[in-house]
Design a protein around this ligand. Structure first.
Ligand SMILES: Cc1ncc(COP(=O)(O)OP(=O)(O)O)c(N)n1
Ligand SMILES: Cc1nc(C(=O)O)sc1CCOP(=O)(O)O
Ligand SMILES: [Mg+2]
Length: 212
């Protein structure tokens, strides 16, 4: 078993995931508001951008994250983590394996892993050196309409079994987040309910307060 470094900050609180937006200024404005609203972690995820746009957007967002001392996690693209020296990588079932990512990124980068509704997958991910695991989708998601569905009681079993932080994801909003937090997830990962909010900063503040 590979232990993740113990001195590393642990995933907790509100974990924002960027939407598929092309305009860099608009994306940065939105990212600024989630950061000012108190988000603890930010993931750069853009499933539509080409490699050039991804690099430009990730660089700009990383500058903002550094101002707020918020770790930036890159979705899918391991090379981009190294290219901009981001804090970590998130991988899913169709991405690089945890072992390969750890080998490439080394011990100082955070690696998060999607486990959908599979506790066994999470146990393997922890053994392989993941820093956190994500389960979902707990609610219907407009961002990922074909997501696997996860039952809320999965969090109880995950809490009892795993030693690394647990992130809940999928259709989470200000009305349903508390139920997941009460079940013991360490963080909630949210995209639409934050970035499509009329007042993004206020939405981020309200989500963040749920963890106080
Ligand atoms: C925190 C978090 N959890 C789950 C995912 C989903 O990852 P994946 O299954 O690889 O799907 P894509 O995001 O790549 O479409 C995530 N990105 N972040
Ligand atoms: C990227 C992603 N992964 C999911 C999973 O279940 O693994 S759900 C999801 C979308 C999260 O966005 P929203 O908060 O808008 O539902
Ligand atoms: Mg992925």
């Amino acid at each position: 078993m590979i232990d993740p470094p113990m001195d590393r900050i642990k995933v907790s609180g509100l974990y924002a995931i960027t939407p598929d937006i092309e305009n860099i200024d608009r994306l940065c404005e939105m990212a600024y508001h989630v950061l000012a609203g108190g988000v603890s972690w930010l993931q750069y995820r853009n499933k539509k951008a080409n490699s050039r746009l991804r690099l430009m957007q990730a660089l700009e967002i990383h500058l903002l994250c550094k101002q707020f001392q918020v770790p930036l996690i890159i979705n899918d693209h391991m090379d981009l983590v190294m290219e901009i020296d981001a804090e970590g990588l998130h991988v899913g079932g169709e991405d690089t394996s945890v072992a390969a990512a750890r080998h490439y990124l080394g011990r100082n980068k955070i690696i998060g892993v999607s486990c959908y509704n599979q506790l066994s997958h999470a146990i393997e991910a922890e053994k392989a050196g993941a820093d956190y695991v994500a389960f979902g989708a707990f609610y219907p998601s407009m961002t990922k309409v074909d997501a696997y569905q996860a039952p809320i009681h999965l969090l109880d079993a995950a809490k009892k079994t795993l030693n690394i932080p647990i992130v809940a994801i999928g259709g989470i909003n200000l009305d349903n987040a508390e139920a997941l937090i009460a079940r013991g997830c360490d963080a909630v990962a949210v995209s639409q309910a934050l970035f499509s909010a009329q007042d993004i900063q206020s939405a981020a503040r309200h989500f963040s307060k749920l963890f106080c």
